[in-house]
Design a protein around this ligand. Structure first.
Ligand code: C5P
Length: 232
């Protein structure tokens, strides 16, 4: 990417997997490493942007990047919605849990949680989390900023290929750009290289990047965002 082509811009990025608390010491989580979100933050900062990174991980902040630490999907949602209106671009690279425990116990759940049946195991009830990407699109309304970017980890199956699933997700969620990761056979989560397809709403064009490391994927995402802002 061109040095400085994001100067004067503010970009907001989410990174990492959410942790959905069961009690003060336990959570439901996922294997997202946060590497892609951090690579996006580092590249945006190198291109001159002011960068806010809402992160669930303990990774050190890239130089010049403001990190907002969060844990759960609900915290991540609040942090993103509060900052999106002032941003030029918002990228949802976080792996947000689709569900959270319906209740968070105020003290550690005991092994023997039912005195009448000491060997019983508890049942965890789950509720749906909000779709933050969809809420960001709704909050923006008819305004043209921020540019909103989503990610999608897709596999093809007997009902369709990954690009048609990605196209459907892009239209359903209403974001401007969707970065579709090829997943399966142990690729992508926690790995250093991946192949991605960049899909733009309202365009049939697909740009394929990779196999490439996450910083090359990040650069391609910012190239696409810059191009969209130049030619809406
Ligand atoms: O529907 P799916 O989980 O595949 O969508 C992935 C995209 O949606 C990612 O950009 C992810 O950050 C975002 N997402 C979200 N809120 C959720 C689930 C996913 O913003 N509850």
């Amino acid at each position: 990417g061109a040095t400085g082509d994001l100067s004067g811009r503010h970009v907001l990025i989410s990174a990492g997997g959410t942790r959905e608390a069961l009690d003060p010491v336990r959570y439901l989580g996922n294997r997202s490493s946060g590497k892609q979100g951090y690579a996006l933050a580092a590249d945006a900062a190198a291109r001159g942007a002011r960068v806010t990174l809402v992160s669930t991980t303990e990774r050190p902040a890239p130089p010049g990047v403001e990190v907002v630490p969060v844990e759960s999907a609900l915290e991540l949602r609040d942090a993103m919605l509060a900052r999106a209106a002032g941003a030029d671009a918002v990228v949802m690279a976080a792996a947000v849990a689709d569900f959270r425990p319906a209740e968070r116990a105020s003290s550690k759940i005991k092994k023997t949680h039912d005195p009448a049946d000491p060997d019983a195991a508890p049942t965890i009830e789950l509720v749906r989390n909000p779709d933050i990407l969809v809420e960001l699109v709704q909050q923006r309304g008819p305004a043209s900023a921020p540019v909103i970017v989503g990610f999608a980890a897709e596999t093809g199956d007997e009902h369709g290929d990954l690009l048609s699933y990605a196209r459907e997700k892009l239209e359903r969620k209403g974001c401007d750009l969707l970065v579709a990761n090829e997943v399966g056979e142990g690729v992508t989560f926690g790995q250093d290289v991946s192949t991605v397809h960049l899909l733009r709403r309202g365009s049939e064009d697909v740009r394929t990047v990779g196999p490439a490391d996450k910083s090359a994927v990040a650069a391609a995402v910012w190239d696409a965002v810059v191009a969209m802002r130049a030619a809406p």
